[in-house]
Design a protein around this ligand. Structure first.
Ligand SMILES: [Mn+2]
Length: 425
């Protein structure tokens, strides 16, 4: 299933006059419009291979049909998203759900869709068939050296797959921890984990990075061995220059000040990756921007103002930006289009913050003015600028609108069947 240039041009033609009206208003009221459009054009967000199918919960999974049945079909789905929005130019693979059997062919296929391979992800949070040791009591933290060795070797294997595909980063998320007090010796768990990460780190090519992702709770509910940004930063600092902290928005305790975390990680040059989603209570994996758009804006504001020499600029090789959500009740592709849209709108809003005025307000302790400056930017409608960035790069004025108009899900169901289920959670 792919969408043709003609389809996109036809759709854009039909919607052009409406768009031009909105754009003219935006251009006349937003001084930095051109600069914002150019930054939006550069911005790419990776799509994880596990987000293309319907997500399940502990209680059930209600698939919508037409899900990708193979890695090739997953790449086709991301290619479709990218054709529609021109901002989803990378795919992040999860091993072993998506082991490329023929890396050369997979790389070539991705290239046809204009896609690159983002960070590769390891999995030691599940047991795989034929695996010698179980991860029931952890992987890198495990008291048994044999289990730890198996987890280390798996991560090294993932790096090898990534090298073949042209990826340049490994994301390690560990479910290690404990469910009950006394179950774990915290210090031993940390030291074992660090030792394992050091062995994995040693296997990284020179131009690679490793992202250490943290999570406050789940599946372990008493302690997590990489439970917060402090612990992640501790590992990343001890590992070395190629190790960074990865922030997943849903992996914090309720009401955590994520924007402050982002600011300090950037100050230390240790923010490496970002997983976008949203939540009401915990790791809900809801669509980014659907619950707390202002929080997302404040995070972007820090990301933009934290750009320094030791932090790569937006849109270039640097941060690993990825959507990490689960789509239980929405069409996964529609949800991903909404997510990318929300990120672009918010990024554009944050670019509008008057940094100079904000700095002055802060130095004058003018709290009211500081809030006014932030909220003026947040309340600016940047949708026409986002649409214009897409138009200039060959995307659709409304990716979701075209997806629905072409009845793409219906076509995918016809092609792949109503019971096609993607690998993943
Ligand atoms: Mn994540």
């Amino acid at each position: 299933m792919s969408i043709s240039k003609n389809d996109i041009e036809g759709f854009n033609g039909k919607n052009s006059s409406q768009h031009q009206l909105k754009l003219a208003y935006a251009l006349s009221t937003i001084e930095q419009s051109e600069e914002v459009i150019n930054k939006l054009i550069d911005f790419q967000i990776a799509i994880p291979s596990w987000a293309l199918g319907t997500g399940g919960t502990r209680f059930g999974r209600f698939a919508g049909g037409g899900e990708p049945r193979s890695l090739e079909e997953k790449i086709a789905d991301v290619g479709l998203l990218h054709a529609l929005n021109q901002s989803s130019g990378a795919i992040s693979l999860h091993i072993p759900w998506d082991i490329p059997q023929n890396p050369g062919a997979i790389k070539a296929l991705a290239g046809q869709y204009g896609l690159k391979f983002d960070a590769v992800n390891s999995n030691t949070f599940q047991d795989q068939p034929n695996q010698e040791f179980s991860y029931k009591f952890g992987s890198l933290q495990h008291v048994d050296r044999g289990v730890r060795k198996q987890a280390i070797e798996h991560n090294i294997e993932v790096i090898k797959h990534g090298i073949e595909l042209g990826s340049d980063a490994l994301t390690v998320w560990l479910s290690d921890g404990s469910c009950f007090p006394g179950q774990l010796n915290f210090r031993r768990a940390f030291e074992n984990t660090l030792e394992g990460l050091q062995e994995i780190y040693a296997a990284l090519p020179d131009d690679w990075k490793v992202f250490v992702e943290y999570k406050a709770f789940e599946p372990n509910f008493y302690s997590m061995t990489v439970g917060d940004w402090g612990q992640s930063l501790l590992y990343a600092s001890k590992l070395g220059d190629k190790a960074y902290t990865l922030v997943d928005l849903g992996h914090h305790l309720p009401n955590a000040n994520i924007e402050q975390i982002v600011a300090l990680l950037m100050m230390e040059g240790k923010l490496g990756g970002f997983h976008f989603n949203d939540s009401k209570y915990g790791d809900d994996d809801l669509t980014v921007g659907s619950i707390r758009p202002y929080q997302l804006f404040l995070i972007f504001n820090e990301l933009i103002s934290g750009q320094q020499d030791n932090n790569p600029p937006f849109g270039k090789k640097g941060f690993g930006w990825m959507i990490d959500a689960s789509h239980n009740v929405k069409d996964p592709l529609e949800d991903l289009l909404q997510a990318v849209e929300a990120i672009m709108i918010t990024y554009a809003q944050a670019l509008l913050v008057d940094k100079k005025k904000l700095n002055e307000a802060q130095l004058n302790n003018d709290v009211v003015l500081a809030q006014e400056i932030l909220q003026t930017a947040f309340r600016t409608d940047t949708r026409a600028l986002v649409a214009e960035a897409r138009l200039r790069t060959g995307g659709a004025l409304s990716p979701l609108g075209l997806f629905r108009e072409k009845e793409i899900r219906k076509q995918l169901i016809q092609q792949r069947g109503a019971k096609a289920i993607a690998t993943g959670l």
